[in-house]
Design a protein around this ligand. Structure first.
Ligand code: ADP
Ligand code: AMP
Length: 216
């Protein structure tokens, strides 16, 4: 099963992708995580992407399409994957269609996670992750069971993303509305789109996604 989680930054794509990964044994493909790893490694891709990400804009389509093309061809993706953060433009969606056709793969569902902008700003500015295993938390909405200790790996160091600040969030939301929201009609016209309410509790969002996948 190959699924796209579509939604603005902070909608909860990463949070839900991790749950789907575990339950359905799918691979989470987060282009944001891939770019952050490239930045941390100091690679050419990372050097190109850094100023663009810090400005809250989108990395050029050709780079993103190459990354995904290479990644979905790897053996661990054969049993299914969850795209989290890709596609983000119409050219990326068209390229994905071509890539899937070439590789004999199908898209099971595109799930839109609907969340209002004001809520997104709160979610993004309060987001942090475990420095050791990457588990995601929020200052108010998703705190570890024991304060300062990661639920998943017991790690005690946490980090924040450099682009998770109030100014950059505004640019990222503007990029979403201008460049990514058109994908809703792109997939809607194909009959592949299911929209869910991303503003309820995390567990309720998971239930809606499971329903949408079952009904697809
Ligand atoms: P995305 O991957 O779409 O950018 P995340 O999954 O990282 O979003 O979620 C953004 C932040 O909001 C995280 O700190 C996460 O803990 C929190 N969060 C995710 N889903 C919900 C929800 N349904 N209600 C409240 N907070 C949430
Ligand atoms: P994310 O982790 O999905 O919020 O992505 C973080 C940043 O990485 C975005 O603000 C973009 O600058 C860049 N990025 C991630 N995925 C893409 C994509 N598919 N196309 C263009 N830029 C991307």
């Amino acid at each position: 099963m190959n699924v796209i989680l579509l939604g603005p930054p902070g909608a909860g794509k990463g949070t839900q992708a991790k749950r789907l990964e575990e339950k359905h044994k799918l691979i989470q493909l987060s282009t944001g995580d891939m770019l952050r790893a490239a930045k941390d490694s100091g690679s050419e891709l990372g050097k190109k992407a850094k100023p663009i990400m810090d400005a809250g804009q989108l990395v050029p389509d050709d780079l993103m399409i190459d990354i995904i093309s290479e990644r979905i061809g790897q053996p661990d993706c054969a049993n299914g994957f969850i795209l989290d953060g890709f596609p983000r433009t119409i050219p990326q969606a068209e390229a994905l269609d071509r890539l899937l056709a070439e590789k004999g793969m199908e898209l099971h569902s595109v799930i839109e996670m609907k969340v209002q902008d004001e809520i997104l700003v709160d979610r993004i500015t309060g987001r942090y992750t475990c420095a050791k295993c990457g588990a995601g938390y929020h200052e108010r909405f998703q705190v570890p069971k024991v304060e300062g200790v990661c639920d998943v790996c017991g790690g005690t160091e946490f980090k924040r993303r450099s682009d998770d600040n109030a100014e950059t969030v505004r640019s990222r939301l503007a990029a979403y509305h201008a460049q990514t929201a058109p994908l809703l009609s792109f997939y809607g016209e194909k009959g592949a789109l299911k929209s869910i309410d991303g503003m309820t509790e995390i567990d309720r969002v998971t239930e809606q996604i499971e329903d949408a996948l079952g009904a697809a």
